[in-house]
Ligand binder design. Structure first.
Ligand code: F6P
Length: 326
């Protein structure tokens, strides 16, 4: 049985719906295993400043359904330095916290890997980002809710697009990845999707508009991922307007509404499973790994691998857009 006695948990980077469900699962699994749980506020910034408190089972009551993160989150510049990480480790030693669970994305795991390399502290990561851009897990916490939020918004935009015979370009989040864009595009029956992983071919878009869209449709939706590389939703919309002045083109940027809201049932279950799995991994003396879900099974992925490799978009979903948008 592991010697670990006190497990600290923090959220870092962009918040994602379901982070609270993960915090709840970490705290309760820790207590279930007869250990003490500590909540660390403000991500790595709070770790450096020693902003941590013991957490009881009751402290995480009534949060499974809440968006955001009760522990707050931050992007810490100081933690990127060895001095910052040494300070953070000093705080953990002082409080007797001897293991960590970090909930976040790529940047969070990069920091965790360095802290674990430089100091004697076992760390397990839980993938929490709406972007779903982490290698080694099919889903990250928050992705499903964000997609549902986009779907709801796009459905509404489709009503007005249809009423006015308009062509909408809708920008969604995802940083450098197109996971939100692609899934939302399939779910909303979008006429097109433009993602960073595939070079945008404007001639192909023009040909589609001329040959498929124009003869059959009077309104449409093109989802554009924010990381799209040819200039983004506004630039593309402008080029389409120039080439096709007959279309009534509009652009909507959905922005941070995609990060908020009550987590979906799927995200709550994923977060609960991953939270418990992270504590189980620490109890098994695992370290420097992310817990993920692949084919509905819990997996352990070394930080090195999840940081180094890039998850690919599902090519068959991309093809599906072409088939179903005729
Ligand atoms: O990583 C989550 C995310 O929402 C990305 O999709 C987006 O690019 C970024 O964070 C926005 O960050 P901020 O909230 O700091 O503007």
């Amino acid at each position: 049985m592991s010697k670990i006695q006190k497990i600290g948990v923090l959220t870092s980077g962009g918040d994602a719906p379901g982070m609270n469900a993960a915090i709840r699962a970490v705290v309760r699994s820790t207590i279930y295993n007869g250990r003490e749980a500590y909540g660390i506020y403000d991500g790595y910034e709070g770790l450096i400043n020693g902003n941590m408190v013991p957490m009881s089972s009751h402290d995480v009551s009534n949060i499974i359904q809440r968006g955001g993160t009760i522990l707050k989150t931050a992007r810490s510049a100081e933690f990127r330095t060895p001095e910052g990480r040494a300070k953070a480790y000093g705080q953990l030693k002082e409080k007797g916290v001897d293991a960590l669970v970090v909930i976040g994305g790529d940047g969070t795991f990069t920091g965790a890997r360095l802290l674990g390399q430089e100091h004697e502290i076992p760390i397990v990561g839980i993938p929490g980002t709406i972007d779903n851009d982490l290698f080694g897990t099919d889903y990250t916490i928050g992705y499903d809710t964000a997609v549902n939020t986009v779907v709801e918004a796009v459905d509404k935009i489709r009503d007005t697009a249809s009423a006015h015979n308009r062509l909408f370009f809708i920008e969604v989040m995802g940083r450098d990845a197109g996971f939100i864009a692609l899934r939302a595009a399939v779910a909303t029956g979008a006429e097109g999707v433009l993602v960073p992983e595939v070079e945008t071919d404007l001639e192909e878009l023009f040909a589609y508009l001329e040959n498929d869209y124009k003869p059959h449709k009077s309104s449409g939706i093109v989802i554009v991922a924010e990381g799209e590389k040819s200039g983004g939703a506004y630039t593309i919309a402008e080029k389409v307007s120039k080439r096709h002045p007959e279309y009534d083109v509009r652009v909507t940027v959905l922005g941070h509404i995609q990060r908020g809201g009550s987590p979906s049932g799927f995200d709550r279950v994923t977060a609960s499973r991953l939270g418990a799995a992270a504590v189980d991994a620490l109890m098994d003396d695992q370290k420097s790994i992310m817990v993920g879900i692949v084919n509905n099974e819990i997996v352990h992925v070394p930080f090195n691998r999840t940081i180094k490799y890039t998850k690919s978009l599902n090519q068959s979903l991309l093809n599906l857009i072409n088939v179903l948008s005729i």
